[in-house]
Design a protein around this ligand. Structure first.
Ligand code: X5A
Ligand code: ZN
Length: 669
């Protein structure tokens, strides 16, 4: 399977620039490219990428999306003088032209196609194109919003044609609605377009009625256009993550794309003068990480907006770092979506309920989005700050904020403890854990937990498991796997050990018959159990969640639904420092479900995972190991819908738990 990350960048695209005064257009500056590239270089990310040169898009490629007449208009600007350029620009909304604009627009589109070719040919797994002018506002016959050619739309048509693709997902996380992309694909069911954007009840540019949540596509494309209109500024990480968990991801898994194109505008990030939102750079690591689980990892990120130089370039770095497979940093801020965001999410889900099975049973209907201020923001009380005040504040904030993230990542990813005859089950590159804790010390650790041990035979492996856990807790190793003679005993010992070490939040996910573990250590442990048999004491509480699924319910469809609707929202609310995944006897969950779980849980606690596998369940060993190592394995492909009983059980849990774990909330009623 393909690996590696492509980077497309060419300084020539900086020659397109504003030649006269225009206070609306003066934010789309050439330095957007150089600042992003320079930051990538500073973090040593450039050298880790595969450099791919740009090229000009051809006339045939551009006319996949644009009319010949429009192409001629843009072409003719090459030889215009300033007055003519200015007059031509004035035919459009928020557009400036330069004698080199045509050349740059061809390079931006062609650079995007180079990225698509690199990914589709398997030369790389994924990549990013740093291009300008941006594309998502431009239309068949129209330049608009700094955009000349619609780079991402051209790329989608090109990929459909050249690689015979049937399903392409476009994710537009720019803060403006990419109405150009919507118009181009609104009748096309082979391109699923998702855009979130500041809307403010149609007050925010481009102020279109068709940017609202009820524009779901037309004709054959009905259901394949998803608009998430934010009605408030100040959206935070929790709001963006909630939109992914409750809207984009369930639909995207059901759609099952063959390729993902990201219209990657960073004007949705903190400090941006246009967006006025509050998402911090590491949020883009999470968004990228989510999308990397689809389309077998084939992900092309294409720059659109982003006008605060530091916020833009740090966010670009977080995106590229994640594409490269580095651990995803912990998210900043309280994980509570605001009321207005939940209203929007509820409305989008209600609007798309007829078209997607994953939403068919969601209870809520459309609410009249209230014209209230964002909860918790000081917007109402304090007078609005000027753009330059916000810009400077953000600079200062990011300067210290970015210091909490590790560049480069620690070298050792994962280690394993297995009995000698089972080392062959591990992937070749897997580190077999050597005791770093002297045997005596490990024994001492274990003796603390003596009272819990059910089985003396376990001592040897258990000692090694604890030693492995120590190296994880001390951050020498990101994650680990351990074979166990009794997964329950190992889980109890490991969890107790984490708390004794000083962790405050551990998430425990269990499969199969894992004896009656009822630890919560004063709210420091949340456990989620999926098993066929009811545990001895069923105690559903906000720390103990149990789902009883007969073997025939343990399908990918049911698991994906539960993962996105329950497990991940809980995990993102709780923000565990470590996740323990325990496979007890009779674990019936599918291998592909476990691969996805293991990959997605790496978004939490900086990838800290300990997997405990009962020796009868070693069928999971290779999958978990590969997922921890970041080996790209084929993704899940759900084929039908989750079972109604599963949905009902999950919805009941959501209802009971959402007051405590706020990321579960996807409706305001
Ligand atoms: C690509 C992009 C924004 C245009 C804003 C016009 N365009 N007011 O972010
Ligand atoms: Zn934008």
């Amino acid at each position: 399977m393909a690996s590696g990350t492509a980077l497309i960048y060419d300084g020539e695209m900086m020659s397109h620039k504003l030649l006269w005064e225009d206070t609306e257009c003066d934010i789309e500056v050439p330095e957007r490219l150089s600042a992003s590239y320079e930051q990538l270089r500073q973090y040593n990310l450039v050298e880790r990428c595969v450099r791919v040169p740009v090229r000009e898009a051809t006339v045939d490629e551009i006319t996949l999306v644009h009319s010949q007449e429009y192409l001629e208009v843009i072409k003719s600007t090459q030889s215009m003088n300033e007055d003519e350029l200015r007059n031509t620009s004035m035919n459009y909304d928020c557009v400036f032209l330069h004698p080199n604009s045509y050349r740059c627009a061809k390079l931006a589109a062609g650079g995007t196609l180079q990225l698509v070719d690199s990914v589709m040919s398997g030369k790389v797994l994924n990549g990013m194109a740093l291009v300008r002018p941006p594309g998502h506002h431009s239309q068949r016959n129209l330049a608009n919003g700094f955009c000349l050619f619609n780079n991402v739309a051209i790329a989608a048509e090109y990929a459909k044609k050249k690689y015979n693709l049937q399903r392409i997902l476009i994710v537009d996380w720019d803060i403006h609605h990419g109405q150009g992309i919507q118009y181009i694909f609104e009748e096309d069911p082979s391109v699923l377009y998702f855009s979130w954007h500041l809307y403010q009840h149609q007050e925010f540019w481009p102020k279109l009625r068709e940017s609202d949540f009820d524009a779901v596509g037309k004709g054959d494309g009905t259901g394949f256009n998803i608009n998430v209109p934010w009605n408030k500024v100040g959206m935070e990480n929790a709001d963006y993550i909630a939109a992914f968990l409750h809207v984009l991801l369930p639909i995207a898994f059901e759609f099952n794309p063959e390729l993902i194109l990201i219209s990657s505008g960073y004007d949705s990030a903190i400090g941006d003068p246009e967006g006025k939102m509050c998402a911090t750079p590491e949020c883009y690591a999470h968004l990228t990480h989510f999308l990397m689980q689809l389309a077998n990892g084939k992900c092309c990120v294409v720059l659109e907006g982003g006008y605060h130089m530091r916020s833009l370039s740090e966010s670009v770095c977080m995106t590229v770092k994640t594409l490269l497979g580095d651990p995803v940093p912990q998210l900043h801020g309280e994980m509570v979506p605001c009321f207005s965001a939940v209203e929007t999410i509820q409305n989008v889900r209600a609007a798309h309920k007829p078209y997607w099975k994953c939403l068919a049973f969601s209870g809520s209907s459309i609410v009249q989005a209230a014209n209230t201020r964002r909860q918790g923001s000081g917007e109402a009380a304090t007078p609005a700050k000027t753009n330059s005040e916000v810009a400077i504040e953000t600079d200062i904030f990011l300067q210290s904020h970015m210091k909490s993230f590790l560049f480069p990542a620690p070298p050792v990813i994962a280690a394993a403890v297995v009995s000698e005859n089972n080392t062959l089950l591990l992937p070749k590159c897997m580190l077999v854990h050597e005791d770093t804790v002297p045997a005596k010390e490990a024994q001492a650790h274990l003796s603390f937990h003596k009272e819990l041990m059910e089985d003396e035979i376990d001592t040897y492996l258990l000692t090694k498991t604890l030693s492995l856990l120590n190296t994880i807790l001390q951050k020498q190793v990101r994650s680990g796997i351990s074979e166990c003679l009794s997964a329950s005993a190992a889980a109890v010992v490991a969890l107790k050990h984490c708390i004794r070490f000083g962790l405050n939040r551990v998430l425990h996910i269990m499969f199969g018959d894992v004896g009656g573990i009822h630890l919560n250590e004063e709210g420091k442990i949340i456990s989620i159990r999926i098993s066929e048999n009811q545990p001895s004491q069923t105690a559903n509480s906000k720390y103990e969640i149990s789902l009883n699924w007969k073997e025939d319910l343990q399908t990918d469809d049911n698991f994906v639904y539960t993962l996105l609707s329950l497990i991940l929202p809980l995990a993102y609310s709780f923000q565990p420092e470590l996740t323990v995944i325990t496979f007890g006897p009779e674990s019936k969950i599918t291998i592909s479900s476990i691969a996805l779980l293991t990959k997605l849980m790496q978004g939490l606690g900086e990838g800290g995972i300990l997997a405990l596998i009962q020796d009868t369940e070693l069928k999971y060993l290779k999958t978990v190991a590969e997922a921890l190592l970041g080996v790209n394995t084929p993704a899940i492909a759900p084929n039908s819908a989750a079972a109604e009983v599963v949905i009902q059980a999950v919805e009941e849990q959501r209802h009971n738990l959402q007051t405590e774990w706020k990321m579960l909330r996807c409706s305001v009623d």
